[in-house]
Design a protein around this ligand. Structure first.
Ligand code: BES
Ligand code: MN
Ligand code: ZN
Length: 456
């Protein structure tokens, strides 16, 4: 992607932040223009003021609303034409690095198959902004969005492996991949069971990246990499299948978060664990009623082949537990129920670690990356009990809370301490300026903020 955060420019148009209360204080000419254009300095509103002499765009007033927030600059960046822009000042109370990140996120476009009509709006980095950090966050989020937007025919298990390898190589990390029938010998039976129905060139695989210096605390990052979710033999209706190219969102988010950590050289060790599979349909597909093995040794009855994400995560989380990390983060487009509970913009997270929950909520607030805690409600745990196996993947209907029962299933496999699960959506269903419809990076900026606060 191009670098929209630039060090300097000879031609930059000035951006003048202004509060709602500030409009009345503008000189008469500009006040008249504001009135004519309906500019009230609402959050993210822009007013383009040209020089009356030569008509060239001279300054752009940027509405801050009542309470300035970095987020506003996502919308602003998306509304401005190609060119360079420079702030007259950083609004009080806004962190310049977060402002720069918001700008970068706002200029994102998915242009893999169709070029954008014009170039992006560039921002001269405001004083005090950490250019390297902001650029790293923007690039990582763009990577996640590109991966999610790329359809399954161009984003199979092998493509995820290739991207993981490129990242590993770039940051001097180790990478190990176990694919196809080798998953049996390596003891990833659930990953194999979910992915074995796919075509040979789209064989299931377990990707593991290791990074960092011996002695630093180990953080495990796990991401659901279902490159396409047909539902399996319990096939999804067409409406439910339409967006399932995004079911590798957890994997994309895991790589994005890892990329941020490595770019910032945080003093942690990373274990990035990505099961990459296609939940396909063939004669070899797992069947409703099958009982499969898992890495941890627990047997799982397949009540529904469409509850595949928790199966591959079971093996990945069991692997994480073997490494004894201080913190384990998993991200997954795991349930439709998470959306029924919170909608597309707010991401539920689950943990039994109250300190971790508090830190994560604070981090989410600080960087404007909305998260909301939901409970690992023990009373629903028996909804995943099976009559013939240790547990089943389709919870009893009486428990209702599908995002909670999915998390409770994962809990049986996850490390006992310092585990947090995020049921992400990875998608904007409705475009707003700065939030184009399509792939979205969610929760990773909050998680990165948490890691920086804890380990920097
Ligand atoms: N990938 C889906 C969850 C999903 C659906 C995420 C729609 C975002 C939008 C997951 O694999 C799935 O199908 N979950 C089922 C579980 C059920 C069969 C127990 C669900 O949520 O309906
Ligand atoms: Mn599914
Ligand atoms: Zn799925």
């Amino acid at each position: 992607m191009s670098d929209v955060l630039i060090a300097s420019s000879e031609t930059a148009v000035t951006l003048v932040p202004i509060t709602e209360a500030g409009v009345a204080g503008l000189p008469p000419f500009l006040r008249g223009l504001a009135e004519q254009e309906g500019f009230k300095a609402k959050a993210g509103q822009v007013l383009k003021a040209s020089d009356p002499g030569h008509g060239r765009l001279e300054q752009v007033f940027v509405g801050l609303g009542e309470q300035p927030k970095a987020d506003i600059f996502r919308a602003v960046a998306a509304k401005l034409a190609a060119g360079d822009y420079q702030l007259s000042e950083v609004p009080a109370g806004v962190d310049p690095t977060q402002l720069a990140i918001a700008w970068g996120l706002g200029t994102y476009r998915f242009d893999r198959y169709k070029p954008a009509k014009d170039g992006p709006a560039n921002l001269v980095l405001p004083p005090g902004a950490d250019a390297e950090l902001a650029t790293a966050v923007v690039h990582a989020c763009a990577l996640a969005r590109d991966m999610v937007n790329t359809p399954a025919n161009d984003m199979g298990p092998l493509q995820i492996e290739t991207i993981a390898s490129e990242i590993a190589e770039h940051f001097g990390a180790d990478i190990a991949v176990v694919a196809g029938d080798d998953l049996h010998d390596a003891n990833y039976p659930a990953v194999h069971a979910v992915g074995r129905a796919a075509a040979a060139h789209r064989a299931p695989r377990m990707i593991e990246i290791g990074w960092g210096r011996a002695g630093d605390p180990l953080v495990a990052i796990v991401g659901k990499g279902v490159v396409f979710d047909t539902g399996g033999l319990d096939i999804k209706p067409s409406s439910g299948m339409r967006l399932m190219k995004k079911d590798m969102g957890g994997a994309a988010h895991a790589l994005a978060l890892a990329r941020m950590v490595m770019a910032a050289r945080l003093p942690v060790r990373l274990a990035v664990l990505i099961p990459a599979v296609e939940n396909a349909i063939s004669g070899d597909a797992m069947r409703p009623g099958d009982v499969i093995a898992s890495r941890k040794g627990l047997s799982i009855e397949i009540g529904n082949t469409d509850a595949e994400g928790r199966l591959i995560l079971a093996d990945a989380l069991a692997r994480a537990a073997e490494l004894d990390p201080v913190l384990t983060i998993d991200m997954a487009t795991l349930t439709g129920a998470a959306r029924v509970a919170l909608g597309p913009q707010v991401i539920p997270f689950f943990t039994d670690d109250d300190a971790l929950a508090a830190d994560l909520a604070a981090a989410a607030e600080a960087v404007g990356d909305p998260l909301w805690r939901l409970p690992l409600w023990a009373g629903y745990a028996e909804s995943v009990d099976s009559d013939i196996a240790d547990l089943k993947n389709d919870p009893d209907a009486w428990a209702q809370a599908g995002s909670v029962t999915a998390a409770l299933f994962l809990q049986r496999f996850a490390p006992k301490a310092g585990w947090v699960h995020l049921d992400i959506f990875a998608w904007n269903p409705k475009a707003r300026p700065g939030w184009p419809a399509g792939g979205e990076a969610q929760a990773v900026r909050a998680l990165f903020q948490l890691l920086q606060a804890r380990y920097r």
